[in-house]
Design a protein around this ligand. Structure first.
Ligand code: HEC
Length: 477
């Protein structure tokens, strides 16, 4: 029997009875279309998820766990950037005294996979990701054992040196690339303390009069507006001479709470078009506090003018609905949507970011190969939450290289029952719409468009690197 392989840890915890419903649905749909779900392991697509998941090589959790020796280093690496004063976490977790009162809550949040906020299944699909915040199973178990044994401090001499963190007001990527070459700001907007969702769609010029290749993009909400700015999408629009209209050419970025930004891979050019404007689409949600003249900034780092790049990368919205399709969720129902997308040339998939609201519970990206009949899981997010939108960026040698004709299969699972803890009202009919109370069904995918020659070359280069790494590993033994 074929079934989606949701992260083991999450199925038991968050899915409960829902898993049964969702899996049943999947079999019906997938079976009806006679899609052959790959039975096990080895993916065939170049650059697929060859690596073993961290779970398969779990080192021992120490018998006696102390804060100083074992827990503090984990918190430094995975928690403190948000849990320190001036950052977005509700409390600091930088010293034993700060952490101790939260021990129980920490145990619960890390066991459930809610903290750190990076929802991505462990035991399925590509596991090598950039900016991956997840803890390993050993780290989770270390924290659990520490709390279960009374959360002792241990020996202060074992404490790691306190880390230094960048000011949360500074730009992401500032360390690597310096200050942004271009900052595009929204026009100021005053958000009332209370009320419905609000959209703010100012159009502002980039000020550049020639095409340039983007190196990285990062969107930075103001400190005060950070909790209210749910999404800030942006796209480049250029003047179409014939119609006299400003038309969309390229997405710039999709900012959502918790997302830092995106770096364009070295071999690709994402174009910032000459004489373009940025059309913002900011989605604010009132937080109970008036925010006066809020401004969201987007930093853009550019490659030098004469920088030649072989391939073009773009970041686009891929729908999971048929053309003109409806999304309709009766009260107390579960629903699945699926979208299929293929390309005229080989491509590389650089990132995957599901999008949905309160009823979305899981989204997956698979690749179907018509040649082999295999459907390979690439990414699965089975404990989705609208609180965090993360773009999962594949590590350079893990980004799937997709042959011409292969099909991206994106699947969304929705739960409008009371089993879904995030569901504000299971008695509602829910339809397509951009309010948080409505639902949406798409994913953002960054795609580098290759040619046949480039595809063959990238596959060969990866194989060579893999062989070299294997040889080095053997020689060491
Ligand atoms: C990307 C930023 C970020 C990171 C990294 C992060 N947190 Fe959080 N954390 C938050 C935010 C924001 C909240 C408040 C919203 C919520 O509860 O989800 C929160 C809430 C919590 C809470 C609940 C507090 C309460 O009021 O009950 C706990 C416990 C927690 N985090 C622990 C951790 C631990 C432990 C880590 C590391 C293993 C971690 N967090 C990593 C941002 C972060």
């Amino acid at each position: 029997m074929s079934r989606p392989r949701f992260g083991r840890r999450h199925v038991g915890i968050r899915f409960g009875s829902r898993a049964v419903v969702v899996i049943g649905l999947f079999v019906l749909v997938a079976g009806g279309r006679a899609v052959a779900q790959q039975a096990s392991g080895r993916p065939d697509l170049a650059g697929g998820s060859g690596a073993s998941s961290p779970a398969s090589r779990v080192p021992e959790v120490p018998a006696t766990v102390t804060f100083a020796k074992d827990v503090a280093p984990i918190l430094q690496k995975n928690c403190m950037q948000c849990h320190q004063s001036g950052s977005i976490g509700p409390m600091g977790l930088t010293t034993y005294e700060e952490v101790r009162p939260w021990a129980r809550a920490i145990r619960q949040r890390v066991l459930s996979g809610e903290m750190p906020p990076y929802r991505y299944d462990r035991d399925v699909g590509i596991q090598q990701l950039k900016d991956d915040l997840r803890l390993s199973d050993t780290e989770v178990q270390t924290i659990a054992r520490w709390v279960d044994t009374g959360a002792p401090l241990g020996n202060r001499a074992d404490l790691p040196r306190s880390p230094t963190f960048p000011d949360p007001n500074t730009w992401a990527y500032a360390n690597e690339f310096g200050p942004p070459d271009l900052i595009v700001r929204t026009k100021p907007f005053t958000l009332p303390a209370r009320g419905q969702d609000v959209w703010w769609r100012p159009i502002v010029p980039t000020g550049l009069d020639e095409d340039r290749c983007i190196r990285a993009v990062s969107v930075k909400p103001s400190l005060r507006g950070r909790a209210a700015a749910h999404h800030a999408n942006s796209e480049f629009v250029v003047l179409d001479e014939k119609s006299g209209q400003w038309v969309e050419t390229e997405r710039v970025s999709e900012y959502a709470l918790g997302k830092v930004g995106e770096v364009v891979p070295l071999d690709a050019c994402r174009t910032l078009p000459a004489n373009s404007m940025v059309r913002w689409d900011v989605h604010y949600y009132p937080t109970g506090e008036e925010i006066v003249d809020d401004v969201i900034e987007m930093g853009i780092w550019l490659y030098p003018k004469d920088y030649q790049r072989t391939y073009k990368q773009d970041l686009k919205l891929y729908s999971l609905l048929m053309k003109g399709g409806e999304l309709e969720m009766p009260p107390h129902s579960t629903v699945m949507t699926q979208g299929f997308h293929s390309f005229k040339t080989p491509v590389r998939i650089d990132s995957f970011q599901p999008h949905g609201h309160f009823r979305l519970v899981a989204k997956t990206l698979e690749i179907f190969s018509p040649e082999t009949g295999k459907l390979e899981m690439i990414s699965s997010i089975s404990n989705w939450t609208n609180d965090w939108h993360t773009s999962h960026i594949y590590a350079d040698d893990a980004a799937p290289l997709v042959p011409k004709g292969a099909v991206l299969v994106v699947t969304g699972y929705y739960d409008n029952t009371k089993e879904n803890k995030q569901n504000p009202d299971p008695d509602q009919w829910v339809g397509l719409g951009s309010r948080t109370a409505d639902e949406m069904s798409h994913a953002w995918i960054a795609v580098t468009h290759l040619d046949d020659e480039g595809y063959t070359k990238l596959v060969a280069e990866r194989d060579a690197r893999k062989k070299a790494a294997a040889t080095t590993a053997r020689d060491r033994q």
